[in-house]
Design a protein around this ligand. Structure first.
Ligand SMILES: NC(=O)c1ccc[n+]([C@@H]2O[C@H](COP(=O)([O-])OP(=O)(O)OC[C@H]3O[C@@H](n4cnc5c(N)ncnc54)[C@H](O)[C@@H]3O)[C@@H](O)[C@H]2O)c1
Length: 256
């Protein structure tokens, strides 16, 4: 409790999955949380849930790939909570395409998954400078590092996020802003659930499947909250000497 007491955090894509778990955990740890989410129904639901539990939250409908909207979201966050200490760049579109991907599919993947985090960071950093520093946590993936079938559009974007994390860490160290990425293996969120169900697998079958749970040393799929705890560490003052790192939170997937 209270690991983020007094801090203000923006979590993009916090209407579902890892982002939702992160927003809820951050609120439990004392942060005021801005839910920057494109889906109004989901974003509102998460913010209301946090407030019902006694936490502080604000939903701002946001498309991270729209710079004007991002600027408005940051201004709204500062008006509501006075400052910004933490940014979690979590929002994603899963465009999973191989060699036949169209220019539009490539643009969509890179607009949301690469340019999105870059734009949100661009407009959050001046606010972090005003308060003497901050922490940015990007969501990389095992997909930043490995090949997966029919995944070129997604894995190239995630590799870019990991590279961008290192570059931002270098550029922002002078401002006392740390920049890291959490890189999950398979997590039981809507994309994994729907792909497994399409393949005829429920969660138990997916955990045992050699290309899903079985591909991790721990032989299972993560819950979103397990990733949120790693993000919490990177965002908190406990990680004061950690910057430019891509922390694997992958049940040993990339150790094999
Ligand atoms: N689920 C996994 O197995 C897994 C594995 C490795 C990495 N990741 C990464 O973790 C992060 C979260 O993944 P998830 O599975 O929890 O996703 P999810 O699909 O459950 O949630 C993503 C959220 O982002 C929102 N969103 C989509 N486009 C947006 C936009 N333009 N602006 C703002 N919000 C937008 C969606 O509405 C949704 O609520 C992603 O960056 C993903 O690449 C996930």
């Amino acid at each position: 409790m209270n690991r983020l007491q007094g801090k203000v955090a923006i979590v993009t894509g916090a209407g579902a999955g890892i982002g939702r778990a992160t927003a809820e955990l951050f609120a439990e740890e004392g942060a005021s949380v801005v839910i920057a989410e494109i889906d109004a129904e989901k974003g509102n639901e998460v913010a209301q849930g946090i407030m019902r539990s006694g936490g502080r939250a604000l939903f701002v409908q946001t498309d991270v790939s729209d710079e004007a909207g991002v600027q408005q979201m940051v201004a709204h966050a500062v008006r509501a909570f006075g400052r910004i200490d933490i940014l979690v760049n979590n929002a994603v579109v899963f465009v999973l395409r191989g060699i036949e991907a169209t220019p539009e599919e490539w643009r969509r993947s890179f607009d949301v998954n690469v340019m999105g985090p870059a734009l949100v960071a661009k407009h959050v950093v001046p606010e972090m400078r005003k308060v003497g520093g901050g922490a940015i946590v990007n969501l990389g993936s095992i997909s930043s590092y490995i090949a997966q079938p029919q995944h070129a559009t997604y894995n190239a974007a995630k590799a870019a996020v990991s590279a961008m994390t290192r570059c931002m860490a270098l550029d922002l160290a002078k401002d006392n802003i740390r920049v890291n990425a959490a890189c999950p293996g398979a997590v039981w969120t809507q994309i994994v659930e729907s792909r497994c169900r399409d393949a005829g697998m429920d969660r138990a079958a997916a955990e045992a499947d050699p290309s899903w749970g079985g591909a991790h040393i721990l032989k299972r799929i993560a819950d979103p909250r397990e990733i949120a705890f790693a993000i919490l560490f990177l965002a908190s003052d406990e990680a004061s000497f950690v910057t430019g790192s891509n922390m694997m939170v992958d049940g040993g997937y990339t150790a094999l």
